[in-house]
Design a protein around this ligand. Structure first.
Ligand code: AMP
Ligand code: ZN
Length: 670
């Protein structure tokens, strides 16, 4: 075998790969294998052997790359080309009709059809192909920026690593675990004395976010494709055409059916409500989309969701179980929220062991007692709720619940203001509130500080390293390194992440402050109306109320927030730390790299990856993870990877580390 020449090996490798690809397609996409598992294994063994003899012939799209192997330190960030929006929900026929009415209101077009699809209960993914090869897979993340999960997605056998079309494509699909695979994984976990996953979705999420792609490979994930976001040289008129094209390219496409009017849509939705159990994967509803792509464009989207699609969610599922106890947890506004601790029960494929009880009145109204048998309901990803008590099952041992009169965390006397349903701890330095406020501040939609989670915040508070979120910006690496479970690297990562958050958009900062009733939407409105935090702090109640979408409750709450000296001090500290506290700042920064795409490969001497990324992004450029014809610069450090060769092939401008520095310096002088 050793003297097998390279040319021959090349041919043989090519033939084996084609056979394997075909077999994978027959097995994982068509579910109609034509060769036995043993034959398949043999082909794979032969290919692996040849590739190990001629490592230079291994390509990224070879079927052998599906077994995983690479272990990452962290996932790279990927900016989405188009924001990944949510879907509006509907729960019954009437709401579907309402959706159709809104479509009619927004267009004069009357000749349109709908496509109804399964709404798979998994994780959405963005998938890019280039030159016929799978290039990149990314999670949804916050809709604008996701994580690069390419290595893990390569292990998904129904996702072709190679396709016929050489164009640049961007697709969307849903990654999921079949019910049977989910059971297999959980059985294995039980054998190994590991905690089983609560449902297929959680298991899929855990697998997709594995830094070790070997683990992901062992989980046998699946994918169904449901959209084409862009194609570099072809236009499509309808969603059906898109599906036909995707099918032709060998993708496992989502189930879909055309409906000529909303009546037919409703029929299909009701039909699947009964048939959903027959599928080997979980769906939590259906998605209804306009078929005509021009009309989609005409209808457009709101900030949250497209106007041309709606999700139809199946009704909630209900089960009975026993209330073991009622626990109190504290939110960031000091609200004491009672939660029922339940005897674990399976509802709609997941184990439910807690249900929210909202507040004291709710418990009284439903007369929920400790020990009661209750009907619990779960709808989609909403927190489970107690529907009612099964009173016939009472035996007299049930205990009535009483709201504590002191905060269970700090012991301060709690208050329930007249006319309000919520009982609160009024101690603004209550540790529970402090913790929740900090967690809100660092959360994804707010300052998005990765690595600062509940455990670290506990440690920071306990060690008196911080009192509030403003203190985060004054932490030093040595503070963190002295904490348990914090190494040098993770400490540096946390410090970097905190530093990076200083440039968040102004509306995110407003939201992060944690002003009661000011959600992300209200924060956006405020940032549209006030260009800086000082302006907002000076706003009067009347002025605030004049803004559409800001009602008296929100206005009062904003006034109260800034009236508090502690909060004003906090703002000064944020200013001192250099947090972006105005809209202008975000807009007027010098953007001398505006629109330019950078890719980095190899190790740089003077920067970490997150530092260069930061620099590029601050100057308006983008740092992306893979080379394409749209890349403007490839910056190479020591030991550059395959991106280098690729960039050369594509004729992309290549910069050394020192040339990159020059680029930054020259432009900055201007
Ligand atoms: P939601 O998270 O409820 O707003 O719904 C939007 C999510 O539904 C998307 O991010 C996808 O993950 C998921 N989804 C599942 N199936 C589909 C489908 N056929 N079309 C579009 N989105 C889908
Ligand atoms: Zn308290």
């Amino acid at each position: 075998m050793n003297n097998l020449n390279k040319e021959k090996a090349k041919k043989k490798i090519k033939a084996l790969r084609e056979k394997i690809r075909k077999a994978e397609y027959r097995y994982f996409v068509l579910d109609d294998p034509q060769i036995s598992d043993a034959e398949f294994d043999k082909l794979m063994q032969d290919l692996l052997k040849l590739e190990s003899q001629f490592p230079e012939l291994v390509t990224a799209d070879s079927p052998t790359q599906r077994v995983g192997g690479e272990v990452l330190d962290e996932f790279e960030k990927v900016e989405h080309s188009t924001e990944m929006l949510s879907l509006d929900n509907s729960f019954n026929a009437e709401e579907l009709r309402g959706f159709d009415q809104r479509v009619k209101k927004n267009t004069t077009e009357r000749d349109y059809q709908y496509i109804v699809e399964h709404k798979i209960d998994g994780l959405s993914a963005v998938i890019r192909y280039q030159g016929g090869s799978f290039q990149l897979g990314a999670t949804r993340g916050n809709g604008e920026v996701g994580e690069n999960i390419t290595e893990n997605m390569k292990t998904i056998r129904s996702l072709p690593l190679k396709i016929e079309d050489k164009a640049e494509l961007e697709l969307r699909g849903e990654i999921y675990l079949s019910k049977s695979e989910f059971e297999r994984i959980n059985e294995k976990r039980l054998e190994n004395e590991k905690k089983p996953f609560a449902n297929p979705r959680n298991a899929a999420a855990g697998s997709v976010r594995q830094l070790d792609s070997k683990i992901a490979a062992s989980r046998r994930l699946s994918i169904l494709i449901y959209d084409l976001i862009s194609h570099s040289n072809r236009e499509f008129e309808t969603h059906l055409e898109v599906f036909a094209y995707l099918e032709e390219q060998g993708f496992n496409v989502n189930w879909h059916k055309k409906a000529d009017d909303i009546g037919k849509v409703i029929e299909i939705c009701q039909e699947w409500e009964e048939k959903r159990e027959s599928l080997d994967f979980e769906i939590d509803g259906l998605v209804v989309k306009i078929n005509n792509l021009n009309l989609r464009e005409e209808l457009g989207s709101t900030a949250r969701s497209p106007r041309w699609a709606i999700a139809y969610k199946f009704p909630a599922q209900q089960k009975t179980t026993r209330v073991k106890s009622i626990e109190i947890s504290l939110g960031r506004t000091g609200a004491l929220t009672p939660t029922a601790v339940l005897e674990p029960v399976e509802i709609a494929g997941s184990t439910v062991s807690r249900a929210t009880l909202h507040n004291e009145d709710e418990i009284k109204r439903k007369d929920i007692r400790i020990g009661d048998i209750v009907l619990v309901q779960k709808a989609g990803d909403v927190i489970p709720e107690v529907v009612k008590v099964i009173k016939e099952k009472r035996d007299g041992c049930e205990k009535e619940f009483e709201m504590p009169d002191h905060c269970p965390v700090c012991g301060t006397k709690v208050k329930r203001p007249e006319g309000e349903a919520v009982t609160r701890c009024t101690n603004i330095s209550c540790p529970a509130q402090r913790k929740e406020k900090i967690l809100h501040f660092v959360s994804r939609d707010a300052m998005n500080i990765e690595g600062v989670g509940p455990a670290l915040v506990d440690q920071l508070l306990e060690n008196d390293l911080i009192d509030d979120y403003g203190d985060l910006y004054f932490l030093k690496k040595h503070h963190l390194q002295n904490l348990e479970r914090m190494g040098e690297k993770s400490s540096q990562n946390v410090i970097d992440a905190i530093k990076q958050s200083k440039d968040r958009e102004f509306f995110r900062v407003i939201y992060a402050l944690g002003i009661r009733h000011v959600g992300l939407g209200a924060a956006r409105t405020l940032s549209d109306n006030y260009s800086s935090i000082s302006q907002l702090m000076e706003a009067s109640n009347e002025e605030l109320e004049e803004i559409d979408e800001i009602g008296p409750v929100i206005a009062d709450s904003i006034i109260d927030f800034f009236a508090e000296k502690q909060n004003r001090d906090l703002i000064s500290r944020l200013r001192q730390a250099g947090i972006n506290l105005s809209r202008e700042n975000t807009e007027e920064k010098e953007k001398f790299l505006e629109g330019l795409k950078f890719v980095f490969t190899g190790s740089l001497n003077d920067f970490t990856r997150s530092e260069v990324k930061d620099l590029v992004e601050k100057a308006g450029g983008r740092s992306v993870s893979s080379v394409s014809s749209k890349t403007d610069y490839l910056v190479i450090g020591d030991n550059p990877g395959s991106k280098y060769q690729k960039a050369q092939e594509l004729g992309i401008k290549i910069l050394s580390e020192s040339e990159f520095k020059e680029l930054l310096e020259n432009k900055e002088e201007k």
